[in-house]
Design a protein around this ligand. Structure first.
Ligand code: ZN
Length: 414
């Protein structure tokens, strides 16, 4: 099978051009969904697609599709990501995946090679969550409802409906963006790792076999607030002592009940009443755990519950928890994982089979089609920051793996 190569210079100049859109004086990029900068980024993408003779289509959720050999009959091989950003973002999260997808279509078009399936490069709307996140990929997979659209608003209270209206779009049209699963043959996404593993191991490519799921709890331990001077240590019901004992057991609980991929975090703690001379009567904290295996997540949830109950009994505290969110882990398609592996071997590019700890549009697409992801290293694991950086050599390798995987799949090898 023919080996294709991306045009490194074109890729680099596209990355640089898109990075200028929404860039502020602090060097951070502010391309939040449906902001002026996001709209400029969208116009840039449309222009790039049309410039090389690709069809351009915008669906009801304002997802942008560049298409090659589209015929409305055969299912497509889709590659995508997002061009919206968090505030003060780096230049690669999402943007790189969209640019690489566009480059793959350009290269296959230029090569004039035969393919069995049409190709799509997609920029999904609001992946980063100004209005909750993954709006576009949820729309395509049929996970939106009118209620969800009406209720969605950003941190400043601007509703999704108003934000879209403001740029000439009707949010309710997102309900029409739903795709028949049979219209998509496979989905690929290239993304920066946003974690330290590839950079640390000096490996250019991550072949993502699963995207971690998670549960997020709000936990409360209640004891008795009392005088810090007059209450003897053995007569206290100190809620913070309960939390600190639990926190010190986190690693052990993961070792005994989790997998090597398990992580858990207590990211927010509120102690009340919160005075130096009062014994903490109540602590409220967040507990978040992630893994790629749903049964491991169940085991962890049980182990956390047991440990917290035991600690509460020991310190004479009341233990309550509320599940704030639960996201099921998603497995990549084994056929796509194998395709990526074969391409890496044929290009002689070392790769690491790994999980994604962060959520991506691929997670949504995996609900309706075969999906897989390719990671490239993030320098020092930094992301959602101007420190975000990937070496151009790694980007080129990743783009070539994406290109050849897309070409093989579109040529019927899946
Ligand atoms: Zn992203």
């Amino acid at each position: 099978m023919e080996k294709l190569s991306v045009n490194r210079q074109r890729l680099q100049s596209d990355i640089e051009a898109l990075a200028e859109i929404g860039r502020s004086e602090d060097y951070g990029i502010y391309r939040m969904a449906f902001s002026e900068a996001d709209m400029q980024g969208r116009a840039w993408f449309k222009n790039k697609a049309e410039e090389v003779g690709l069809d351009f289509y915008q669906d009801g959720a304002a997802n942008l599709h560049a298409r090659y050999q589209w015929d409305d009959k055969r299912p497509s091989v889709m590659m995508g990501s997002h061009i919206d950003t968090v505030p003060a973002a780096g230049h690669l999260d999402g943007a790189l995946g969209v640019i690489v997808a566009l480059e793959c279509l350009r290269c296959i078009k230029e090569s004039n090679l035969n393919i069995d399936y049409p190709l799509e490069a997609v920029a999904f709307s609001d992946e980063e969550g100004r209005f909750g996140g993954m709006l576009g990929s949820q729309a395509i997979t049929g996970m939106l409802s009118p209620e969800k659209i009406i209720k969605a608003s950003d941190l400043n209270g601007v509703s999704l409906i108003d934000a879209m209206k403001n740029v000439g779009l009707d949010a309710m049209d997102a309900l029409h963006a739903r795709r028949n699963p049979e219209s998509i043959h496979a989905y690929l996404e290239l993304h920066i790792e946003q974690g330290p593993m590839l950079d640390d191991m000096e490996i250019s490519i991550g072949n993502v076999d699963a995207i971690a799921g998670l549960f997020k709890w709000d936990v409360t331990l209640t004891g008795t607030p009392n005088h810090a001077g007059t209450t003897p240590m053995d007569m206290r019901k100190d809620a913070f002592m309960g939390l600190s004992e639990f926190a010190s057991q986190l690693q052990r609980i993961l070792d005994e009940n989790g997998s090597p991929r398990s992580v858990a975090t207590i990211g927010r703690v509120e102690i009340s009443p919160g005075a130096a001379n009062v014994i903490p009567g109540k602590v409220e904290f967040s507990l978040e755990a992630r893994d790629t295996d749903p049964s491991v997540l169940d085991d962890l949830a049980n182990a956390f519950r047991k440990s917290l109950s035991a600690i509460a009994r020991k310190h004479e505290l009341m233990f309550e928890f509320r599940v704030l969110s639960e996201i099921t882990p998603v497995k990549s398609d084994p056929g796509i994982v194998e395709s990526i592996e074969n391409v890496c071997k044929s290009l002689r590019v070392p790769f690491l089979q790994m999980a994604s700890g962060a959520a991506h549009d691929a997670q949504m697409l995996a609900k309706i089609t075969r999906a897989g992801m390719i990671f490239v290293p993030s320098k020092d694991g930094r992301s959602h920051s101007i420190a975000e950086w990937t070496d151009m050599d790694d980007i080129e390798k990743g783009a070539n793996v994406a290109l050849n995987t897309m070409y093989r799949i579109a040529g019927g090898q899946l």
